[in-house]
Design a protein around this ligand. Structure first.
Ligand code: FE2
Length: 246
């Protein structure tokens, strides 16, 4: 991929930011318990660039299966770093990080390069691919925030989002969302209880995830648990063994 492409996507992302209403995003984010979904945020020329990267890394998908919890494919941050410059440009874009920090009300930082989830792709490509309800729990000393960007959704799967689960006295709310190309989701990982319903036959759903944290330090026990979860549930043992030292 040429340098030109990366510079171009940087500029496109900067231009896009100037069209977004941060105060409105912020109001909705807090109203919904630190969760926000916006349709048609990322325009198709940018989605096309991201999808070129997706096709480059598609042969390197790691398939995983945890009975009763999840089934699907993943491509880790290590592979994104090597083969996906447009995706990386989105993850690193300082204007977007500042924009999200303004919404969350706290400065967001990149995950350490040793975290395979930092910027990763999730592929739902086989019938029954899904993930059960979970939080994106932070194993860091700070909070962990998730961005999801819909890249392709030719499926009947839904992103299920249960809001206000940790707000006593407030009625919970459940949303069933399609993640069409360009859909942008942003939430505090410890606040949003979420799942993806099983993929039908001959369907495909591809989602990009970006993770940001408020403090990237991690305790030793948390590091061990996080590594085991990643190896079994997401990226395989080779990703763990190939991890650059933190
Ligand atoms: Fe999640």
């Amino acid at each position: 991929m040429s340098q030109h492409t990366t510079i171009d996507i940087d500029q496109q992302l900067t231009d896009l930011l100037s069209t977004l209403g941060r105060e409105e995003w912020k109001r909705r984010y807090w109203e919904q318990g630190e969760f926000l979904v916006q349709d048609q945020v990322i325009p198709s020329p940018i989605i096309d660039s991201l999808m070129k990267d997706v096709e480059t890394v598609r042969p390197k998908i790691n398939r995983n299966f945890i009975p009763g919890h999840k089934k699907g494919g993943s491509v880790s941050f290590y592979l994104v770093q090597q083969y996906a410059p447009s995706i990386l440009a989105l993850y690193y874009h300082q204007g977007w990080i500042d924009f999200l920090s303004g919404i969350a009300g706290v400065p967001l930082l990149l995950c350490p390069e040793s975290d395979p989830h930092a910027c990763a792709l999730y592929f739902y490509t086989e019938a029954g691919d899904h993930i059960g309800y979970h939080y994106d729990t932070s194993y860091y000393k700070g909070d962990r925030f998730t961005v999801l960007v819909g890249l392709r959704d030719r499926s009947t799967s839904k992103l299920m989002c249960r809001l206000h689960t940790k707000e006593p006295g407030r009625p919970q709310e459940e949303l069933a969302l399609a993640t069409d190309p360009g859909t942008y989701v942003f939430f505090n990982g410890d606040k949003l209880y979420h799942a993806v319903t099983p993929l039908g036959a001959n369907e495909e759903r591809i989602v990009l995830t970006l993770q940001y944290v408020t403090n990237p330090a991690m305790g030793l026990a948390q590091r061990w648990f996080s590594n085991m979860k990643d190896a079994v549930g997401y990226f395989g043992w080779s990703a763990l063994l190939g991890k650059p030292s933190a």
